[in-house]
Ligand binder design. Structure first.
Ligand code: ATP
Length: 348
């Protein structure tokens, strides 16, 4: 295990930004901290870096309790959303900075710092730009310099806080792929913060989904997308439709219709049914167990069509996705069954 966050709580003026969070990060892993604004992602990253101290709990680097160590002692590489390059320094000096400010005992000599910085600039595909100043670079190039600077110290862990957050969509996409390549070549244990689910799913080995200072789920992109373990994760990652239902003797009811799904051994009571709008089987007939909805709206969405349905004549509305050419959109009602779905009992 490379980094272990053990039962960490962080309060700011008694406001709990993190509630007893634990997380094990394997050596060489690329981990995404994903969650909405205010969920505690940056706070967790800063705690790993040593920029914040936990109110309770500890952070281990390997077997060692790092809680009392400074950022420098932890030897972490940090990249922020807003470049934070030194404006008055050339690109080359920016990259070499972390080595230059080391105590003399483990500071490489000048020529060696230059050699390493040039090598890293080549590595991040910015060879030839070493004499420029940050203002003479594009946003994407600046972030690559920032990453080269973070890697120059050969960090124990690379920590990236929304590294592509300030860039436009196209550059973001390119840098995403590029970061994955860089990671695979270097093998650095890397933790990055994002509120963009696509970024997290595309880039990370494992995604840590956070909400309100808690970890909701930790899993591979496939696990968190295909098997969300809470209504929050279902709603936050990918698109979802949800419908209030009742579980009775193993059957699932929506209003007064048995919708033909099995509640398994879940206890009787109110629940919410979640499924993906695109992951439904349209049925010819509404006889038998299925969900039947009245079409209230329909719109084209790229290569498909989104249909909004009112369920059970009540106020429940859900969306499903049908092929663009499917006649379902012209019908007054649609019968369907979700292919994959999950029931979450209503608490309390
Ligand atoms: P964002 O995506 O907006 O950056 P986040 O998930 O990174 O959000 P944090 O920045 O970790 O969230 O903040 C978590 C909570 O802790 C928020 O409610 C925030 O207001 C609070 N918080 C963070 N830093 C401080 C601080 N220095 N002082 C007081 N409250 C803070």
């Amino acid at each position: 295990m490379d980094v272990r966050v053990v039962d960490v709580r962080k309060e700011f003026d008694r406001f709990p930004a993190l509630h007893n969070v634990s997380l094990d990060i394997n050596s060489g892993e690329l981990i995404a901290l994903l969650g909405p604004s205010g969920s505690g992602k940056t706070t967790l990253l800063r705690l790993i870096a040593g920029l914040e101290t936990p109110t309770q709990g500890a952070v281990f680097f390997g077997e060692e309790d790092a809680s009392q160590k400074t950022v420098q002692e932890r030897n972490v590489g940090f990249v922020f959303q807003h470049y934070a390059l030194f404006r008055h320094m050339t690109v080359l000096d920016n990259v070499g900075f972390g080595l230059k400010v080391r105590p003399s005992s483990n500071r490489p000599e000048k020529g060696e710092i230059r050699r390493r910085a040039l090598e890293l600039l080549d590595f991040v595909q910015l060879g030839g730009l070493e004499k420029r100043y940050p203002t003479q670079l594009s946003g994407g190039q600046r972030q690559r310099v920032a990453l080269a600077r973070a890697m120059a110290i050969e960090p124990r862990v690379l920590l990236l806080d929304e590294p592509f957050g300030a860039l436009d969509a196209q550059v973001r996409k390119e840098l995403r792929r590029w970061l994955r390549e860089i990671h695979d070549k270097t093998g650095y244990t890397t933790v990055f913060v994002t509120h963009d689910q696509d970024e997290a799913l595309e880039l990370a080995d494992r995604v840590v989904v956070m909400s309100q200072g808690r970890i909701e789920q930790i899993g591979t992109p496939d696990e968190v997308y295909d098997r969300p373990n809470s209504p929050f994760v279902y709603g936050f990652i990918g698109e979802s439709s949800s419908l209030p239902v009742r579980m009775e003797n193993g059957a699932v009811w929506s209003a007064d219709r048995n919708i033909g799904l099995s509640a398994g051994d879940m206890p009787d009571g109110e629940a919410t049914l979640f499924f993906r709008p695109h992951d439904v089987e349209l049925l010819e007939s509404s006889a038998g167990g299925c969900i039947v909805g009245t079409v209230v709206a329909s719109r084209r969405a790229g290569g498909t069509r989104r249909v909004e349905l009112e369920i059970g004549g009540g106020s429940d509305r859900i969306e499903i996705e049908v092929p663009a050419e499917h006649p379902a959109a012209d019908k007054s009602s649609i019968a369907f069954k979700p292919r994959h779905w999950k029931l979450f009992p209503v608490q309390g």
